[in-house]
Design a protein around this ligand. Structure first.
Ligand code: SF4
Length: 322
């Protein structure tokens, strides 16, 4: 059976259930790279150019892992836009070229373009073209596309119920925090906050202190849009819209006790978005905000000390306000 490798990085946290369903319904075996570790990161750092942001370095490390696993292909789509009038950052546009240039000896990449800004109904056509590499049976292809779409909807529905991608993809057995009296929002790119290695196991650390974790995926699209509705200019990055929209919505509704934001060092969109968030939280002065910048030198010890101090502050405010 043909083996297709999927890197456990970047858009994996958003689309993996749908991708897996699509390929498996086509009759292809899906092989996932291992969980991120120091080995993955070091391999990615060696392959990358210095200016690359941390999550892309990690992605390169996962490609190397899949190469070593001996897969026949690696799925590496060129994702330009996943909604009208908004884009992903340029790193996603050039991802297949970057992968081939920086990691030598990769198996063939399954590259397809996703550009829903150009044409909203383009995705099924691109998927159809991709599927024809594995079967010429049009019924099987249509069935695979429909199954992937259904899976995508089911996954989004479960996230909306209060699960994180980490809960559903990495740790399905973990009990979700229920009825906790402290809510902490964790904001940032989904591939940073849901990767336990990159986030230094932040979700579990917060839950072990009695906090319920809130992420962007748990908000509806309307709530996120409400969060960016008062900006003078539209945010044309999809991830930026999600992070800023969630931060503003939660600030307005005061539905959380604290917000932690993880920022990728070297990320252009983050530098603008996070600055806007910091300013509005500082101006309002109602919800504590902790910013943690991630790069390959970020050490657990320093972050954990800041996290402890932040949680003390949140708890102290909570007691004081009762
Ligand atoms: S949005 Fe930022 S963190 Fe994400 S890939 Fe682009 S530069 Fe890297």
């Amino acid at each position: 059976m043909v083996k297709i490798g999927i890197p456990r990085a970047l858009l994996y946290y958003t689309y993996y259930p749908a991708w897996k369903k699509f390929f498996e319904t086509l009759g292809v075996q899906v092989v996932l790279s291992g969980t991120t570790s120091k080995t993955t990161l070091d391999a990615g750092i060696r392959a990358a150019v210095d200016e690359t942001c941390l999550p892309v370095k990690v992605f390169l490390g996962h490609l190397i892992d899949l190469k070593e696993k001996g897969v026949d292909y690696i799925f590496c789509p060129r994702v330009i836009s996943v909604e009208p009038k908004r884009y992903l950052c340029p790193k996603f546009l050039g991802l297949p070229n970057m992968a081939l240039h920086l990691v030598k000896g990769l198996p063939p990449l399954l590259d397809m373009e996703v550009n829903l800004h150009k044409k909203a109904d383009d995705l099924p056509r691109q998927l159809y073209r991709l599927a024809r590499r594995f079967t010429m049976n049009p019924f099987k292809i249509r069935k695979s596309i429909a199954a992937a779409w259904k899976e995508e909807q089911a996954y989004a529905g479960r996230l909306r119920q209060g699960y994180t991608p980490y809960d559903l993809l990495e740790n399905p057995a973990a009990a979700r925090a229920q009825n906790r009296n402290m809510k902490i929002a964790v904001l940032g790119h989904t591939y940073n906050i849901n990767d336990p290695f990159l986030s230094m196991n932040l979700f579990e650390r917060l839950r072990s202190q009695g906090a319920e974790v809130i992420t962007s995926e748990m908000l509806t699209e309307e709530e996120v849009l409400q969060g960016v509705s008062r900006l003078e200019k539209d945010i044309f990055w999809t991830f930026g819209k999600e992070i800023l929209g969630t931060a503003n919505y939660l600030l307005e509704k005061r539905e959380v006790d604290g917000v932690i934001i993880l920022v990728s060092f070297g990320c252009g969109p983050d530098s603008l978005i996070v600055d806007l968030i910091e300013r509005s939280y500082k101006r309002a002065g109602t919800i504590p905000l902790l910013k943690i910048t991630l790069d390959e030198h970020t050490g657990d010890a320093g972050v954990l000390t800041r996290l402890e101090a932040f949680m003390d502050l949140v708890q102290w405010r909570d007691v004081k306000c009762r």
